[in-house]
Design a protein around this ligand. Structure first.
Ligand code: BGP
Length: 471
């Protein structure tokens, strides 16, 4: 008999602190890399719609109303992140900022009031600028100390109510697209630096896991990478080999180390072939070997397609979801079989199932979707409606895969698309909307920030109330 979606399946949605909260300097909050550099470096990239994160969706002041709307949709879970600089304004403060802790206590209590499971991301792209000024993730001693102190406060203050923790959002995208997502002029071109950051982040995650086991033995923890299964452009063996390498470099190395405690030989060869000198101690490796994640949270937007590198092909260069190239290893290609969103991201629901299968085969761990969704320029009609049938269609196609994914034997325990409510896109402003709830503002005009239920709001409400039967 076909397996079905279980009754405890965590239907919900997702946000991140700096993109939704606003209140950028409220109640003692310090500046993060996002506050410090929004509209600065990013402007050089020539994306239209540059918005800062000062007000965002003003969730900081609207959280009660927002949680009530999530409850109205029937959410069983809500994935959000903690703004590091609300808790430690410079990242190195002696004591945590009580008012920052208060905010998350109130938010978590509000969720629990409605039986919504809080799924907390410890760190989502908003490193304290104070730490960044001193080298950020590249300053190993400092970052390990600051990140574990941050975790310690979170586990102590919220661990009585939060059961699911994610260590770092999209570590892989930070490494590969740091220049876009983290407001840093770094990227894969600075190999040694970026892979040192990769390793430092792995050690930090291992320390967080170790700490959680001690402080909250019943809680669960996992990473939250962005996973896109990589297809070969053709069945030519060299294209298949390129896809295998791309899968490893884009996806697996970010989970292997936390699930198996090892760095793949192909990665080690890649480092040495390129002269990347990554400082790794035996103590680091022992620590990494000693911890194990409980689940894999992952963000899925699309698959990626690559072919063997050639010198005469035009390289595709885009944002975090449009692929990337590694010299002599693989180069991105367009998948002619897939349609694209208006922002150029390929739409691939079957790839969603394929990605889940690949994760099961490689790790055999429970998985949860912490992002999936469609960015579009929604229109608020004069009678207060938002007809986002394109978003419903995107989500429907992906949700339709869930029973098959579960029937494939994958332990998929929740689906939390991006985003619960409209928020500011990482690099394309507020006009690239993802939410079930519309927030009335545009790039520069804050208007009244009023909330409106989109058509997708009512549709998702029905999906949840029928446990995915009525889509
Ligand atoms: C992911 C990030 C999110 C989010 C989402 C949509 O990479 O984890 O923070 O923003 O992508 O991306 P964008 O805002 O660039 O459209």
């Amino acid at each position: 008999m076909k397996k079905k979606i279980g009754k405890n399946f965590l239907w919900g949605a997702s946000t991140s602190a700096y993109q939704v909260e606003g209140g950028w300097n409220a109640d003692g909050k310090g500046p993060s890399v996002q506050d410090a550099n929004a509209g600065g470096f990013i402007a050089e990239l020539n994306f239209d719609g540059i918005t800062d994160f000062k007000v965002a969706a003003d969730h900081y002041h609207h959280y009660k109303e927002d949680v009530a709307l999530m409850a109205e949709m029937g959410f069983k879970s809500y994935r959000f992140s903690i703004n590091w600089t609300r808790i430690f304004p410079t990242g190195m403060d002696k004591k945590p900022n009580e008012k920052g802790i208060d905010f998350y206590n109130k938010l978590i209590d509000e969720l629990i009031k409605y039986n919504i499971e809080p799924l907390v991301t410890i760190h989502h792209f908003d490193l304290p600028q104070g730490l960044e000024d001193l080298g950020g993730w590249n300053n190993k001693e400092l970052i390990l100390d600051s990140y574990t102190k941050f975790c310690e406060v979170l586990f102590k203050e919220f661990g009585d109510r939060v059961k699911y923790w994610q260590t770092i959002n999209e570590q892989n995208m930070v490494i590969l697209f740091g220049h876009i997502l983290k407001r840093q002029k770094t990227g894969v071109d600075e190999g040694t630096k970026m892979y040192q950051i990769f390793h430092n982040m792995n050690v930090a995650q291992a320390l967080a896991i170790q700490l959680l086991r001690k402080m909250c033995p019943n809680a669960k923890i996992g990473p939250a990478p962005n996973i896109s299964y990589v297809y070969p452009k053709t069945s030519k063996p060299n294209d298949v080999l390129a896809a295998d390498t791309a899968n490893l470099i884009r996806n697996w190395i970010y989970i292997d180390i936390l699930a198996k405690g090892t760095y793949d030989q192909i990665l080690l060869n890649f480092w040495s072939d390129n002269g990347y000198d990554i400082k790794i101690t035996q103590e680091d490796m022992d620590l990494l070997k000693s911890v194990k994640i409980d689940f894999i949270a992952f963000n899925y937007y699309s698959t990626m397609t690559v072919e063997a590198p050639t010198s005469d092909k035009e390289y595709i260069v885009g944002d975090q979801q449009m692929g990337f190239n590694l010299e002599n290893m693989f180069q991105s290609a367009t998948n002619e079989h897939l349609e694209k969103t208006e922002y150029g991201w390929e739409i691939d629901p079957i790839g969603f199932r394929m990605t889940c299968r690949a994760l099961k085969t490689r790790y055999d761990l429970p998985i949860i979707i912490t992002e999936n969704g469609l960015g579009a320029k929604d229109v608020l009609t004069s009678d207060g409606k938002i007809h986002d049938d394109y978003r419903i269609e995107y989500l429907r196609q992906h949700i339709k895969q869930i029973p098959d994914i579960i029937n494939d034997g994958v332990d998929l325990f929740g689906y939390n698309p991006w985003s619960a409510i409209d928020l500011v896109s990482t690099h394309q402003g507020i006009s690239k909307r993802y939410g079930f709830i519309y927030v009335n503002r545009d790039e520069k005009d804050l208007k009244d920030l009023k909330r409106y239920r989109k058509d997708s709001f009512y549709w998702y409400q029905k999906v949840i109330s029928t446990n995915g039967e009525n889509i």
